[in-house]
Design a protein around this ligand. Sequence first.
Ligand code: ATP
Length: 271
Amino acid sequence: MPQSDLLPGGAPGAGGPLIRFDGVVKRFGANTVLDELDFTVDAGERVTLIGPSGSGKTTILRLLMTLEKVTGGVIWVNGEPLSHMRGKGGLVRAGEKHQREVRKRIGMVFQQFNLFPNMTVRQNVTEGPIHSLGVSRDEANQRAEELLDLVGLGEKIDAHPTRLSGGQQQRVAIARALAMRPEILLLDEVTSALDPELVSGVLDVLRGIAESTDITMLCVTHEMHFARDVSHRVLMFDQGKIVEEGPPEQIFGDPREERTRTFLHAVLDHG
Ligand SMILES: Nc1ncnc2c1ncn2[C@@H]1O[C@H](COP(=O)(O)OP(=O)(O)OP(=O)(O)O)[C@@H](O)[C@H]1O
């Protein structure tokens, strides 16, 4: 079976955006969560998704991780379709092997850290590279040591996650995602489950990663200062559509849309 079998419909050409949402529709029953959504993200770009609860931000990240399937439209990653989808020009097929390959290029950090409690920190970080990528144990250990140093947890490498604070566990989760050497890092409200005093440590680690790498980031956050610091572009969502987009200085400093203004006031009043 071919790895990928494209009927007319057309992949964006090489050299195009790294991620392209092309008329993407997502429905849960009668609830249309994403409504003919079009947007692109370039390689190396850091894009923050903001908007009211229920506007579809997490769904976008989950679709990219293939944890959900689109109802319509096509998501392209590096010019290749992410899964079987009905696009504007016909059915676009992606073989499962191909889909796994694309997915390996994408890492995600969730609100809940989802570490394996019965494994050490080291094992949590080396598990993916060894078992999903076929990396040697030595190489995986080296990656784990470097990344745990990077997130400030080098001395916890042989601890169990249950002995760590929430902020430390989330930093392990960041190291675990990076150990897969993803091209794209998806961050879904990674500080929302943390006690307030632990938030800045995690955000500082992410700021450092943003400054020192050219990894493409898609980030859902209510931390507007963080969004302002790290994003190249902010997309404001409401009811499954982008209502405004622009550089952070414009969106936060001089929003054009009433809905953006209302949303930012509400978030900043509670933040
Ligand atoms: N598995 C699911 N089954 C049914 N409905 C779902 C499912 N996942 C999400 N939804 C619905 O999709 C809509 C968008 O949810 P989503 O989590 O993407 O929003 P969000 O913008 O990330 O919100 P928040 O900021 O609260 O996380 C909501 O109405 C939600 O109830």
